[in-house]
Design a protein around this ligand. Structure first.
Ligand code: FAD
Length: 496
């Protein structure tokens, strides 16, 4: 067997990215590696990033995390989807739920039956045929071993990094506190050899994971891996974040409310609510944005609004030489579909799959970069979709979104759906049929045609099939407890 030449892994940065990478490396490859994480309390973490998607649960399964303990410690709540408000037109609202609609067959997806039913006046609204959608609207939540409900969480980002640290430091992650002053490289190859700390200490390694956030201390400031700027497609470049008190009712979904030059989020935790405004500085001054955010809060702010600047896009090479960038250092897509933590976790698991045990960096990096590019592009297209499909023309920002030139990959997808109702994402794509369907339908795209398998059933059977699906879902949701009641029983913080 070839010797293992890469053993010392140094993770620079201890935010959500750094601690996710450290945790999964320790849990899955611990006996084979020496893992060190360097972070600076003085610099701190970005501290936003509080909404997740269902893949988060698969990652936690890899970590062997106990759900109740995690939820208690991070003030987490359940999330069944996202409510989009005022996106298509002012006054519109639709939910993008995590669940599927009906059962699809090999011939066509279920929504073709629904489209036929709708055309013949036999079907209700799309969301009535999706369990997670109905539960979200009703403010209900329950899970059991038998339940197939698809869900994710809202969590407190600062508590989450702390929680992972508490759990995984004892499992073999060596933590070093302090500021990294400069990066030492091999004179010939340019490979990184060590992080040099403010106090002069050297943290040497074989593989470095850059989790230093938007700075990209290793991947950009040292290796200059390059950045693909996507602001011509996704125009927001600033966010203001602020917290408000909990209001008692805890909806099991995130709210994304379109505003004059962007959108506002509302993320309910057990103890408080996270809010923020994402906007384009080309269309809105910071002061105006602050007023718009503060004027649209439920409850008094608990904190001063915090400004975060970003450039939407991706690092051209997420893995360069012996440095792998994971988290904000690898690129940033606005949080409209809560995808950043997912991209961190997929990056971390991919690193495990492609781990360069024998020092064979180049071929593995090429593979890693190709897959990462494709992940970022798929998410990018899905986010652009929400802006492109707007019919709003009340502000210059929304007019520019409507008139946007979009990537060909996305234009083809929208056209296929408009023509035929067909979606068919590739197997490796994050967003599946139901996600594309709910957003396109929610923003007013009506397919000109659809698959005719429903005609094989005849009107009566089609109507009965749709009705019985709606009734079954209605009954199941009717028996569920309210979300906040379930949380109290399941994972309220221990107040002893
Ligand atoms: P950071 O949290 O910035 O951590 C960087 C780390 O590097 C820190 O520990 C810091 O101390 C350390 N560091 C930096 N420089 C040095 C140095 N010189 N020496 C030592 N240490 C150093 N994601 C979602 O999935 N869902 C969301 O709802 C969501 N909302 C978001 C909203 C906004 C406005 C933004 C900006 C992001 C959002 N994200 C969201 C993304 C999410 O916040 C990040 O992906 C996540 O927090 C990971 O950040 P990070 O760990 O890469 O960086």
């Amino acid at each position: 067997m070839q010797d293992q030449t890469v053993k010392r892994v140094v993770i620079a940065g201890g935010g959500t990215a750094g601690w996710n990478v450290a945790a999964v490396l320790a849990q899955q490859l611990g006996p084979l590696l020496d893992i060190t994480l360097v972070e600076s309390d003085e610099i701190g973490i970005v501290g936003v990033g509080e909404a997740t998607i269902p893949t988060f649960r698969s990652f936690h399964a890899l970590l062997g995390i106990d759900e109740r303990e995690f939820m208690r410690e991070t003030q987490a709540t359940f999330k069944l989807g996202i409510s989009f408000e005022d996106w298509g037109k002012i006054g519109d609202r639709y939910i993008h739920p995590f669940g599927d609609v009906g059962k699809s067959s090999w011939m066509a997806d279920f929504h073709h039956l629904w489209l036929m039913g709708r055309a013949r006046g036999l079907a209700g609204d799309l969301g009535e045929h999706c369990f997670e959608h109905r539960a979200a609207i009703a403010g209900k939540f329950a899970e059991s071993e038998k339940s197939m409900i698809k869900y994710a969480y809202h969590l407190d980002a600062s508590l989450y990094a702390r929680y992972l640290r508490k759990k995984y430091e004892p499992k073999g992650v060596k933590r070093i506190e302090g500021r990294i002053e400069w990066i030492e490289q091999d004179g010939e190859s340019g490979y990184v050899t060590a992080l040099v700390m403010e106090n002069g200490d050297r943290v040497a390694g074989d593989l470095f994971v850059d989790c230093t956030g938007l700075r990209g201390l290793l991947i950009e400031q040292t290796l200059a891996a390059g950045y693909e700027d996507w602001r011509h497609w996704l125009q927001t470049d600033r966010a203001l974040a602020v917290q408000t008190p909990s209001t008692g009712t805890i909806p099991p979904y995130t709210r994304a409310m379109a505003r004059s030059a962007g959108w506002q989020w509302r993320i309910p935790l057990q103890s408080r609510v996270g809010n923020g405004l994402v906007y384009s500085s080309a269309y809105q001054e910071d002061e105006q944005a602050r007023d718009e955010l503060l004027g649209n809060l439920e409850g008094e702010p608990l904190t001063e609004p915090r400004l975060i600047r970003y450039v939407t896009g991706r690092r051209k090479k997420a893995w360069d030489k012996n440095v792998v960038a994971i988290g904000l250092s690898s690129g940033f897509l606005e949080p409209l579909e809560s995808t950043s933590i997912h991209l961190i976790q997929i990056g971390a698991t991919r690193l495990i799959q492609l781990f360069p045990f024998g020092g064979n960096f180049e071929s593995l990096a090429a593979r890693y970069n190709e897959r990462t590019r494709s992940d970022f592009e798929h998410v990018r297209d899905f986010i652009i979709l929400h802006y492109k499909l707007t019919e709003r023309d009340d502000t210059p920002f929304w007019r520019s979104c409507r008139d946007l030139d979009i990537p060909d990959s996305l234009a083809e997808r929208i056209e296929l759906f408009r023509e035929s109702g067909i979606i068919q994402p590739a197997a490796e794509e994050l967003f599946k049929v139901a996600s594309w369907l709910f957003v396109m339908e929610g923003q007013g795209v009506v397919p000109r045609s659809h698959h005719h398998m429903g005609a094989l059933l005849g009107d009566q059977r089609l109507q009965r099939a749709l009705e019985s699906l709606r009734n079954n879902i209605g009954q199941a949701v009717g028996q569920m407890p309210r979300h906040e009641d379930f949380l109290k029983r399941y994972c309220a913080p221990d107040r002893r």
